[in-house]
Design a protein around this ligand. Sequence first.
Ligand code: HEM
Ligand SMILES: *[C@@H]1O[C@H](CO)[C@@H](O)[C@H](O)[C@H]1NC(C)=O
Ligand SMILES: CC(=O)N[C@H]1CO[C@H](CO)[C@@H](O)[C@@H]1O
Length: 367
Amino acid sequence: MAMLRAGAALQLALIGLMLASLSGSCHSALQVGFYNGKCGVADVEAIVAGVVAARFGKDPTIAPALLRMQFHDCFVTGCDASILLDGKSSEKTAPPNLSVRGYDVIDAAKAAVEAICPGVVSCADIIIMATRDAVSLSGGGRYKIETGRKDGLVSLASNVDLPAPSISVNDSITAFARKGLTVSDMVLLLGGHTIGVAHCSLFQDRLYNFQNTGKPDPTMDPSLASALRSTCPNQQTSVDNIVNLDQNPASSSIVDNSFYKQILARRGILQIDQEIALDKQTKDLVGAIAGSFDFSARFGQAMVKLGALQNGSPGEIRQSCRAINTARKLPPSKEEQRTGQMGWTGRTRRGGSDLRALSIHKRGSSD
Ligand code: HEM
Ligand SMILES: *[C@@H]1O[C@H](CO)[C@@H](O)[C@H](O)[C@H]1NC(C)=O
Ligand SMILES: CC(=O)N[C@H]1CO[C@H](CO)[C@@H](O)[C@@H]1O
């Protein structure tokens, strides 16, 4: 018994040393090429890119789906793949998720990397990689991403505080500022609406009865409003049609600055999209981006900034992107309760790298 205890103590001390040496690499230290050499000679980013490209070849609308997925993941409790967790009241089930799609391509990318080096690549990083690939495949240039995220342990619909399409510019600025994002980050990130679609139900008020005036939104080009009314009839029907967020038909699935030109021409679909072209605080920037040639680079930088949002909570490398690892679901043992140390007492049936990660997060959780 005494031997066993001494052995355990030694083990703890060793793990402590290991932690001390690793604590420099806590979660805030995202870096470009984090996975280089962590999967033998395999190139993790290339494996994910292959999966995304194959899917994009069959269905290019996977690109807007992934772009929106990164926004929804990162904006709620940081980029921790919390949006991927299944469950009765997980984030996925919150109303703004509505049409978040692309979960299956993340699963496919995860399966591909797990087949080569299991337990190494986080789902949170896969979202970031896949989104970068999607933007690149859609003509938006290939920005360098940082990796090294951990997957979160919590996903609650009640945490979802995503902005509604009718949010005012001021409230949107406040919402982005709360995440450490500036007005110009916000304007650039809304450029994500350069691809993809919106359902009629989310802007219907602008076509028929804007703010209970009984009239269309006066900020919308009347010819656009009239065209949209035929796609989005006023009667209550069970179909909720979709329209392109970028109304330039030649560019509605290309990541470029045409969205900004459209909103300057009063052809924004969502209320917030139109308002950033009109509000004093944002219209100069909208005009500048519309007339610029470096949108791709600036959008990439803003995506990297969005991708750096983290919440400082413990994390792990999930085995399945849809569930936290089973080991975590075990109630803490008496020993764990006593020492307050979870996850590396041998109770968890998992590999060392994940266990270290959890403890590092506990240590680094002050930031
Ligand atoms: C104030 C902030 C934002 C609001 C209120 C907002 C709102 C919306 C709404 C209402 C839709 C339509 C959803 C549907 O009909 O199913 C949508 C779609 C989309 N959003 Fe946003 N969004 C915001 C910011 C962003 C950001 C920062 C990004 C990415 C950088 C983004 C990327 C997208 C994309 C790509 C789509 C199309 C999705 C698809 O086609 O599947 N959005 N957004
Ligand atoms: C938005 O905020 C600006 C600057 O803080 C302020 O001047 C303006 O009145 C606000 N606009 C609205 C509509 O509340
Ligand atoms: C994929 C997914 O879980 N979608 C959910 C989004 O939210 C709606 C409404 O709350 C649910 O009905 C969907 O199942």
